[in-house]
Design a protein around this ligand. Structure first.
Ligand SMILES: CC(=O)SCCNC(=O)CCNC(=O)[C@H](O)C(C)(C)COP(=O)(O)OP(=O)(O)OC[C@H]1O[C@@H](n2cnc3c(N)ncnc32)[C@H](O)[C@@H]1OP(=O)(O)O
Length: 404
């Protein structure tokens, strides 16, 4: 429970310096260092600070974004970020107060979805966020690998260009592509600065970004110089690979794989990145999984109909949500022709689950059946978990390419 000396409010311009200071202490960065890039995207009326008397000790913010959900639809979602509590003030309920203020506010504003990237895996389930709503693969592969015989590489020209030349083209391509990929987010102008700002402090010993344009896609990468008496072993670290067509995807991967003086490629990418099946030796592509986006269903009855479903189903869900109690209880969830309706019911439950489990499966990646085997979902009427699993499942793994 929060201390009685604690208060919370949205911030103003005058609070930005303290806000940045709390973040720096919390994230172990240099309090006298450069301004955090996150300040560029803050919406002050959606950024909260907690005070212990007059001292600011906690921060959290919501960015207004759209996310693409199954059915290639766009849904508004609050992107929760910069949750931080000053060391010395922790484990007194400050983060819990921030989470509650955000989620209750979103409920009042009619925003049905929240999402975040978790700094640690043990924090956010208690607030109803579901893990592995999207997964991320850390791919590493050697260059020079040939493609499978069926993969055609076109003769489209790929041009390495300056940042100034690349940015307007990249904006146009991204604007088309994010609307087709489940888990991808809308960008505002400042997002480009945050995601691809290329400040010296963000380079970690790598080069500045290199930009390459294809008529239907682009790639942004850095180089890490390496090598010894055996020759150059430079690494290409891909930041973004965004393509309107599968052809551009193959062409740009080929461009990277054939880069002279480079020995390897690494890329935090979609778990089901097709490159694994494009190369002639898939085992040479090393793939390490990690959780990416966590989804919080803020309002069950408004969130579930936002997406399309893969098959018809009619089940009563008993939802447990102590943090946002308006979701708790039994809901009839009916899908007809891909469209969902959600209504309150007194009928007996077919399936019981907590709100975080629903968040985990919302984008169609994680299977509900897996959560049943993990003791997180209980089936009361045989067959309903399998039917729900198939209804929620998407055609590709959801993927969120940007940390916010
Ligand atoms: C979306 C994002 O912004 S992710 C970034 C999150 N921020 C960071 O990682 C920065 C460093 N850490 C911090 O600033 C703080 O430790 C925070 C924000 C993670 C937690 O703040 P606190 O005010 O200490 O959390 P609070 O006191 O509300 O804790 C609530 C519960 O979460 C638990 N908890 C909090 N942090 C952690 C953690 N890192 N690991 C495990 N459990 C945690 C507490 O033990 C408590 O459990 P209980 O309800 O069972 O008693």
């Amino acid at each position: 429970m929060a201390d009685s000396a604690l208060s919370i409010r949205t911030i103003t311009e005058a609070d930005l310096r303290d806000f940045q200071g709390v973040m720096a202490w919390a994230f172990l960065s240099d309090p006298a260092g450069e301004d955090s890039k996150w300040l560029k995207v803050l919406e002050p009326d959606r950024a909260h600070a907690v005070f212990d008397n007059d001292e600011m000790i906690g921060t959290a913010a919501i960015l207004s974004r759209q996310i693409t959900v199954p059915g290639e639809r766009q849904a508004p979602a609050g992107a929760v970020t910069v949750v931080s509590v000053k060391p010395g003030h922790r484990r007194r309920g400050v983060a819990s107060l921030l989470m509650k203020t955000q989620l209750h506010g979103m409920h009042e504003n009619g925003e049905a979805l929240a999402m975040l990237w978790a700094s640690e895996g043990a924090i956010y389930r208690r607030y109803g966020y579901g893990e592995y709503a999207t997964s991320l693969a850390m791919l590493t592969m050697p260059t020079r690998m040939p493609f499978h015989n069926n993969v055609h590489v076109s003769d489209a020209r790929i041009r390495q260009v300056t940042r100034e030349e690349a940015l307007p083209v990249m904006r146009e391509i991204h604007e088309l592509v994010w609307r087709r990929r489940v888990g991808w987010l809308s960008r505002v102008e400042q997002t480009w600065d945050v995601q691809l700002g290329d400040r010296e402090v963000d380079r970690n010993g790598l080069t500045s970004y290199r930009y390459a344009l294809h008529p239907e896609g682009y790639v942004v990468f850095r180089v890490k110089y390496a090598g010894d008496s055996g020759g150059p072993a430079n690494e290409l670290h891909v930041r973004e690979l965004v393509c309107e067509t599968d052809q551009a995807y193959a062409d740009l991967y080929r461009f990277l794989l054939d880069m002279d003086l480079a020995a390897s490629i690494s890329f935090y990418t979609a778990w089901d990145d097709p490159v694994l099946h494009m190369v002639d030796n898939p085992r040479k592509v090393r793939r390490e999984a990690t959780d990416a986006l966590w989804i919080r269903i803020v309002d069950v009855d408004r969130a579930l109909p936002l997406r399309a479903y893969s098959s018809d189903v009619d089940s009563v869900l008993e939802v447990e949500d102590s943090f946002c109690p308006w979701n708790s209880g039994r809901w009839r969830f009916t899908v007809k022709n891909g469209e969902a309706a959600v209504t309150r019911t007194d009928d007996p439950a077919d399936v019981s689950l907590d709100i975080a489990a629903l968040g985990s499966v919302f984008l169609g990646g994680l299977r509900l059946s897996v959560l049943r085997h993990a003791h997180r979902v209980v089936e009361h009427t045989p067959g309903h978990v399998d039917a729900l699993t198939l209804a929620f499942l998407g055609t590709r793994e959801p993927h969120c390419p940007e940390v916010f």
